[in-house]
Each structure stands twice: as structure tokens, then as C-alpha cells.
Design a binder for this molecule. Structure first.
Ligand code: PLP
Length: 428
């Protein structure tokens, strides 16, 4: 494959955009080479500026769960745009999507829309601090909750990929209020709660981690977390930016039958437009301005185009709930095929999967937390990534990311992907 036009576009971009990209993980820093510039996409396929085509396993990092340029979403945006793109006044469609979202997700009464997952998590933590009148939070090493200051402490995703989990610019004062726990280790969480009795506002977690590769919770970890939070009067925040409307209509809360106190959304809820949201019971949500004292706002929050895209997406997922089973089946099929190819070629690996999230770690031992994820063979991943790209398969350019399966993928696409893994294995 030739990447001439992508290369020259990247050179131009680097002159005027830091690193040539508007989000670091797009830069191929972890795998080497220059990023590919996307031109268009439809269904399971993405076309680049050089005319190459790929089967897409990133799906815009999650939102395109039904495939690219999904017609009901595209049409909803076009129709809305003709009526004006933003008003700074309430609109009926905001209530419509709020009604639908609160009906699909268990245990939430009210939802506030923002513009990104980062904003959702940042606001959820402020709300938790305001509501509990406590300052400290617990997050898990390797979990990513967006790029706001409190979370850039051993964060996952691009923050690990580039080896800077603790970013300059985050003050000591902020960092000291974020305590770090080990994913899947309830004893560790208990110790932190005991050592900081009465000071913890909330625990925030990716209920299925997706930003250190895919790491599902083990041995009723989420149920145990719920119990220790109740014991210590601490709010439990599920960051469902990745898992919400993906693992089940009601996300991880529904899948694992565990109630969170505050839930954060992003990605799928915006249907590919910039949307985030956070939601909770009435007593917590009524603590937000204008009803309550915790301030949170946004000029473009609840933007009509974004709401139209999100509503069309959620309506579709709500109407055709078989999509979630179908996605899990496709992912299982892919898992089995890839595992067989890796085994046949004697490549040490661990594959983690939950619903339509899956990742390969080039590591023989079980991957259950950040430490075990970080042990995997990163050099091998780099070769795997570039090999797959050459075969026309686009996966995330970092070992610390999950693959996102979309319903647009056919079994022929999955077979082609498995065959590509087999070919690439021979070069590892
Ligand atoms: C992507 C992601 C975020 C951040 O969302 P942005 O829209 O990129 O700000 C937060 N939490 C999780 C779990 C995510 O996967």
C-alpha cells in the first residue's frame, strides 16, 4: 500500500497542528510510521486519502457501533442542520433523547448532556465532591477518564502509550487528591478507604476497562466495589463512556446487575458527533446548577445536530436490541479465529473480550490490571499493527486500546481479518 498523500498531508499538518494531530493517539507514536489520513467511510470500511481501503476495528474509537455513515443518523443530522445549527436556548429534542436514555439505562432519573467524555467525567467528579462534601477520589491505574487534571494520574489510553501517565501541568495540589488503586483488587481498594476514612468522595471506574486493552472485571469485582462504597459512604461512578449503549442497552450496570451512583457517557451516545453526558438519581442530579450549588455549563451542550445524531443512534439500538447479541456473537467468532491463528503460529498471547470489546495482549499470562497489561510484548505489537495495516485491517495504533466491533462487519470481513492475522503471525 502507498501512503504518499497521507505522508504529505501529515507534513503540512505538523506545521500548524502540534504533532500534526488533534488527539495524540492518532499520531502512530507508539507504533512508528506516519498516520493515515481518512477520507471517507461507509459501513465496516474506511478509505484513506491515497485510495486504500481498510476493514475498520476502531470505529472512531467506539461511536460507530452500527458502522460508518449509518443512514438514519446521517439523515437526522442533515434534516436538523437545515433548521439552524445552534440556538443557546432549550430545544425539544434534548428532552426526547434524555427520556430515551433514562428509559434504557437502569437506575438513573436525570441526565445532563455535555460535549465530550472528558467533560462528563470531570463534571461527575465535581458533582460527587459537592454532594458528599469530600475532596479525594479513587481511580484505578490504567483507567482513562478523559484528560482533565484529576485523571491524568496513571491514566490509560494515549497517556500510557506515550509514557507520560503523569502530565506536566497537573499541579501537586490536584494530584494529591487522586488516589490510585489496582484494577480487580478489592483488598487494595479496602486498604485505601480505611487509610483515608471520611475523606473519599467517590470511586471512578471503567466497569469494563478498555484503555489498557480490554480488561473485564473479575470475581464479582463490581459488586464488591458497590458494597465497600456503601460501607464507607462513598459514591460509585461508572465511567461508561466506552461501555454505555455498547455492552447492553443499559450498559455495564445492566450487564453486571450493579447500580452505580453516577454514570458517565460519551462515544455511542453521540452517534459520531461530539457528545458526552452524566446521569444519576434525582437527589444527586438536583445538586447541579441551576437547581443546586454545583456549577456546570456549556455553550454548545445539547447542540441540536449532536442530539439528532445521538437520538437516531439510541432509537435504533433501543428498537433492535438483538444488535447486542449479534455484536457479542461476532466478537466471539473473531476471538476464536484469532486465537486459533495465533496458536497455530506459536505466538504467546492473551485475548480478553467482553461483548463487542476485544484485545490481544502479546503476553502468555492472564491480563487483569495495568501491571499485567504493561508486561506484554510491545515490539511484537508494533510489527503486528503494521502487518495488519498492510493486509487492509485497521486496528488501534497502540497495544493499550481495545478493538471496537461494529454491526456492519460481516462474517466475510471477520474471516478476512482472521486470515490476515494468520499471514501476519508468520512475520512476527
Ligand atoms: C474515550 C473515553 C473518555 C474520554 O472521552 P472524550 O470524548 O475523548 O473526552 C473517558 N472515559 C472513557 C472510559 C473513555 O473511553
Amino acid at each position: 500500500m502507498l501512503y504518499q498523500r497521507s505522508s504529505s498531508l501529515f507534513k503540512e499538518a505538523e506545521k500548524v497542528i502540534p504533532g500534526g494531530v488533534n488527539s495524540p493517539v492518532r499520531a502512530f507514536g507508539a507504533v512508528g510510521g506516519t498516520p493515515i489520513f481518512a477520507k471517507s467511510a461507509k459501513g465496516a470500511y474506511i478509505q484513506d486519502e491515497d485510495g486504500n481501503q481498510y476493514i475498520d476495528y476502531i470505529n472512531s474509537w467506539g461511536p460507530m457501533i452500527l458502522g460508518h455513515a449509518f443512514e438514519p443518523v446521517v439523515n437526522a443530522v442533515i434534516e436538523k442542520a437545515k433548521q439552524g445549527t445552534s440556538f443557546g436556548m432549550p430545544t425539544a429534542i434534548e428532552t426526547e433523547i434524555a427520556q430515551l436514555a433514562t428509559s434504557m439505562v437502569p437506575n438513573i432519573d436525570k441526565i445532563r448532556f455535555v460535549n465530550s467524555g472528558t467533560e462528563a467525567c470531570m463534571s461527575a467528579v465535581r458533582l460527587a465532591r459537592g454532594y458528599t462534601k469530600k475532596d479525594k477520589i479513587i481511580k484505578f491505574a490504567g483507567c482513562y477518564h478523559g484528560h482533565s487534571d484529576s485523571f491524568l494520574i496513571a491514566a490509560g489510553s494515549g497517556a500510557i502509550t506515550f509514557g507520560t501517565p503523569n502530565s506536566p501541568g497537573v499541579t501537586q495540589g490536584t494530584a494529591k487528591d487522586t488516589l490510585l488503586a489496582t484494577y480487580n483488587d478489592i483488598v487494595n481498594v479496602r486498604q485505601l478507604l480505611e487509610a483515608n476514612k471520611g475523606e473519599i468522595a467517590c470511586i471512578i471506574i471503567e466497569p469494563v476497562a478498555g484503555n489498557m486493552g480490554c480488561i473485564p472485571p473479575k470475581n464479582d469485582f463490581l459488586k464488591k466495589l458497590r458494597a465497600v462504597c456503601d460501607e464507607h459512604d462513598v459514591l460509585l461512578i461508572f465511567d461508561e463512556v466506552m461501555t454505555g449503549f455498547r455492552l447492553a442497552p443499559g450498559g455495564a450496570q445492566e450487564l453486571y446487575n450493579v447500580d452505580a451512583d453516577i454514570v458517565c457517557f460519551g462515544k455511542v451516545i453521540g452517534g459520531g458527533l461530539p457528545v458526552g453526558a452524566f446521569a444519576a438519581r434525582n437527589d444527586i442530579m438536583d445538586y447541579l446548577a441551576p437547581n443546586g450549588p454545583v456549577y456546570q455549563a456549556g455553550t454548545l451542550s445539547g447542540n441540536p445536530l449532536a442530539m439528532a445524531a445521538g437520538l437516531a443512534m439510541l432509537q435504533h439500538l433501543d428498537k433492535d436490541r438483538t444488535v447486542f447479541t449479534r455484536l457479542a456473537e461476532k466478537t466471539e467468532y473473531l476471538h476464536k479465529g484469532i486465537a486459533t491463528a495465533l496458536q497455530a503460529n506459536n505466538i504467546e498471547h492473551t485475548i480478553n473480550r467482553m461483548g463487542s470489546m476485544i484485545s490481544i495482549h502479546f503476553e502468555a499470562h492472564e491480563v487483569v490490571d495495568f501491571e499485567t497489561a504493561a508486561k506484554a510484548n510491545n515490539e511484537r505489537f508494533k510489527r503486528f499493527f503494521h502487518g495488519m495495516l498492510k493486509e487492509g485491517i485497521y486496528i488501534a495504533p497502540s497495544a493499550f486500546e481495545t478493538w471496537f466491533i461494529s454491526d456492519a462487519l460481516s462474517y466475510e470481513d471477520l474471516d478476512a481479518t482472521i486470515a490476515a492475522v494468520d499471514t501476519v503471525c508468520k512475520t512476527l
